[in-house]
Design a binder for this molecule. Sequence first.
Ligand SMILES: *[C@@H]1O[C@H](CO)[C@@H](O)[C@H](O)[C@H]1NC(C)=O
Ligand SMILES: *[C@@H]1O[C@H](CO)[C@@H](O)[C@H](O)[C@H]1NC(C)=O
Length: 303
Amino acid sequence: MAAAARRLLSLLLLPLAWTRPAGCTDPPGGGWLAGTVPEEERCTVERADASLTYSLFLQRFAFSRPVILRGVTDNSAFRALCTREKLLAAFGARPVRLSTANTYSYRKGESRGCPPQRPPPPHRRAGPSRGGARIAPPPPSSPLPAVDVPFQEYVEQLLKPQDPARLGSDTLYFFGDNNFTEWGPLFQQYVPPAFGIPGTSPAYSFGIAGSGSGVPFHWHGPGYSEVIFGRKRWFLYPPDKTPHFHPNETTLAWLHRTYPALPLAERPLECTLRPGEVLYFPDRWWHATLNLDTSVFISTFLG
Ligand SMILES: *[C@@H]1O[C@H](CO)[C@@H](O)[C@H](O)[C@H]1NC(C)=O
Ligand SMILES: *[C@@H]1O[C@H](CO)[C@@H](O)[C@H](O)[C@H]1NC(C)=O
């Protein structure tokens, strides 16, 4: 009887043992809240795996279209440091700078937001060096006005699922404007995608945002975005196809109001990014994001 019960119990627990290595005590999803935004399976962004060579990347994607790279870097060590518990323990008391999630918040440097302006020359975007990655003005957020709160207060009180009725300009978001002195030791554990763009150097931008949040359409220089925890849906248009959107509208509101009425030919390229996947976006491509879960993510901007 007891043996049968034990066997039944072990059968019930088997799926858990498979998805979670024995001895692993971290909560799945890093302890960050899973979202309720429905998943869209449609993915029209090309994908490539670790067999993609650098010369093929330069030839096919670097200057012409986005691509999702899978299995190119292993960031499990960085991921282990980005659980809710670990980040709160390390950074809870530190102030973080929040920005508003609307297109008009992208005002740092005249290179962002409205083509066909020319980007500023590279030296204007340069910054001091630290751990291989340049500390540039952290695109894409430039809060006007900025709001500084202790990281713990952001996580425990502000990091909520997006209210669909709220304007992007009223929604606070932690992305970029990172203090590289305080967060540097963490960022040093991040392994960026190996493929650079000639004449550019990388600068990181780290963020954590609630499910349903996201930045509306904007553009800037080329770069990568990787999801550490959670799922993040991306919408992209080439530089010459300015999307229909209101700059104060959240991505969620755009998805509900504008997206469904788009003729097929006017739909953006889109895909949902999961942990372990890295999106490459070329120079000046319009893009908007939507976090399906509470997401922890890091971008590598190539300026
Ligand atoms: C970054 O953190 C350091 C150390 O706490 C602090 O001295 C510095 O003022 C901060 N920099 C910014 C730009 O907030
Ligand atoms: C967007 O929101 C900002 C801040 O609330 C406001 O100043 C601006 O007028 C709004 N823009 C539009 C086009 O509604």
